[in-house]
Design a protein around this ligand. Structure first.
Ligand code: AMP
Length: 548
């Protein structure tokens, strides 16, 4: 027997309809790409999204299933494009401008993007790339007539002129909630990037999940600032979870340095924000250099994308009274998979024990299921010690990549192999110990590169740390620790090793420490272990002779 409840497809533009109707005057503050701060609200954003949708239908020929790309910062205009294009049943493919030009060309062609919406910032990049993009009909430049550049881009369209030709009373079409609405490619550190295709249903459910009390706990009393770009893993849900909750929005635009972020935090009176550790490092450096500055409104910072060092967490909590939520996820999971929120059971722990759990990547909220397994697929215990391959399931987890690629990551029972290696403890807190391909295999046992790095970051004078496994004649692999010193620091090999001593198992101790002026990063800001290993290809540990 079927239930007798209404059909109410979970379509993302219903989120904006709700925010516009019930939180219409709630503000959205952005730093514009042109420079000045810009203010709008949900009611206005909704009217403009509808006008844009109608103009895209009439003038760009977009319809159900069309794919358009955005190369844009987090601003009100980028939100209008998300809602306007998705509301048509078309698909927004977010492009990460930090990818290599050849990778961008590959994914634009692979996704079959018909139009590209671009911020002024990226016009020169696209001018150089456009000849390799035969399927792209034209480019919408996200600015007004006064700021339109002279450009060689084919079919350049001014965003504000396009929008002005649309109808604010446009009625959203109805379609199935499983219709695709967003596309984001993985960064492709091994082989070509692969496309992840979000649906309306997955984005709405994921937005609800992220707003939950044991997730980001977003409410209409909050002001939320997604610093994490909309082009990186769906902005960690915030373009949906924030309007779902009726919270105010602050969009940081193109400037992500410490001073600019601080300005937006204070100007918008932000209560919750989210980004990768490097952004917070820049903010904390800015605050350290300006000791009079405080963060009186900021209640919580969500940090993820790569492991959050203890030093960053403690600085927020102890120096600024701002709580930190360590989160883990991936593009394929829309992206949130776990959050380091204090569970009812963990609330009874003494503070020091709670900190041990808080530093981990956290617990899965409802709609994410996870397990760790050995290589044969056997489920491993939640004892906080046993490492295993981390596998996940849920309504906002990919079941396939675009065009059926990367099938090996999905098993017959519907589990997605994240490629991460993790432990899960008796309280249900998951800790990432490595990417499967970065784990250091020494004498048949696994050494967690992430743990060595986290501890090394606590050593005074260390700016950045990366541990990699290099071949060793006896042990298969041994760890090499690569360090970038803080400006002005002369921290030595012996000091770094002394800092690690006693904090990690003896056999985890790096065989050597190397110093570099900088460490290579991927387009999503993670340390590129692939490049680092290539850099040290010919390196030999002191005293070790490897057979050729
Ligand atoms: P992306 O799809 O670019 O978001 O990358 C996802 C990968 O980033 C994950 O599979 C992890 O390897 C890594 N990652 C994300 N968040 C964390 C975290 N909090 N700690 C450690 N690694 C993380």
């Amino acid at each position: 027997m079927r239930g007798l409840m209404q059909d109410f497809p979970l379509l993302v533009h219903r989120v904006l309809d709700h925010a516009a109707r019930w939180h219409g005057s709630t503000p959205i503050l952005s730093r514009s790409v042109e420079g000045p701060l810009h203010r709008t609200d949900y009611a206005r954003l909704s009217r403009r999204s509808k006008a844009l949708a109608s103009a895209c239908q009439k003038r760009l020929g977009l319809k159900l299933g069309s794919v358009v790309a955005t190369m844009a910062w987090n601003t009100w205009r980028h939100l209008e494009i998300w809602y306007g294009v998705m509301g048509l049943g078309a698909i927004v493919h977010t492009l990460n401008p930090r990818l290599f030009a050849s990778q961008l060309g590959y994914i634009i062609n692979h996704a079959e993007d018909q139009w590209i919406f671009t911020d002024l910032t990226f016009v020169p990049l696209l001018e150089k790339l456009q000849d390799s993009l035969p399927g792209v009909k034209g480019f919408v430049i996200m600015t007004d007539a006064a700021h339109m550049p002279t450009t060689t881009l084919r079919n350049p369209v001014c965003y504000e002129e396009l929008l002005a030709s649309g109808d604010e009373a446009f009625a959203w079409p109805e379609f199935d909630e499983n219709t695709a609405c967003g596309m984001c490619y993985t960064s492709g550190t091994t082989g070509n990037p692969k496309g992840v295709l979000y649906s309306h249903r997955s984005n709405v459910l994921h937005g609800l999940m992220c707003a939950l009390g044991d997730a980001m706990a977003i409410s209409s009393r909050d002001v939320a600032m997604p610093v994490v770009p909309m082009f990186h893993a769906n902005a960690w849900s915030m373009a949906f979870s924030v309007p779902i909750s009726g919270a105010a929005l602050v969009m940081p635009g193109p400037r992500l340095d410490g001073a600019a972020i601080y300005e937006m935090l204070t100007e918008g009176r932000v209560t919750i924000t989210a980004a990768v550790p490097t952004v917070w490092l820049m903010l904390l450096n800015h605050l350290e250099q300006n000791p009079a500055l405080r963060l009186p409104d900021l209640q919580r910072v969500v940090i993820g994308g790569s492991a959050c060092p203890e030093s960053i967490m403690k600085a927020f909590v102890e120096s600024y009274g701002t709580d930190v939520i360590h989160a883990w996820g991936m593009t394929e999971m829309s992206p949130i998979g776990s959050l380091g929120i204090q569970s009812g059971r963990a609330a009874g722990l003494p503070p020091e024990e709670w900190w041990t759990l808080k530093l981990k990547q956290g617990r899965p909220p409802f709609m994410v299921d996870m397990k760790i397994t050995d290589d044969a697929g056997n489920t491993l215990p939640h004892d906080g010690k046993t490492f295993g391959r981390l596998k996940v399931k849920g309504p906002a987890v990919a079941k396939s990549y675009f065009k059926g690629e990367g099938l090996a990551a999905f098993d017959a029972e519907g589990w997605f192999d994240t490629g991460d290696v993790a432990t899960i403890d008796e309280y249900g807190y998951m800790q990432i110990t490595d990417r499967a391909k970065d784990v250091i295999k020494s004498g048949g046992e696994w050494i967690s590169s992430i743990e060595i790095e986290n501890i090394a970051l606590g050593c005074p004078g260390v700016q950045e740390a990366a541990a990699i496994g290099l071949p060793h004649p006896k042990w298969d692999e041994r760890p090499l620790l690569v360090i970038v010193r803080k400006q002005g620091s002369e921290v030595s090999r012996a000091e770094v090793l002394a800092h690690l001593e006693g904090r990690i198992a003896k056999w985890w101790m790096p065989d050597d420490v190397a110093f570099l002026p900088e460490i290579p990063h991927t387009a999503t800001g993670k340390i590129s272990k692939l490049e680092l290993r290539a850099l040290f290809r010919d390196y030999r540990f002191p005293g070790s002779v490897l057979p050729d």
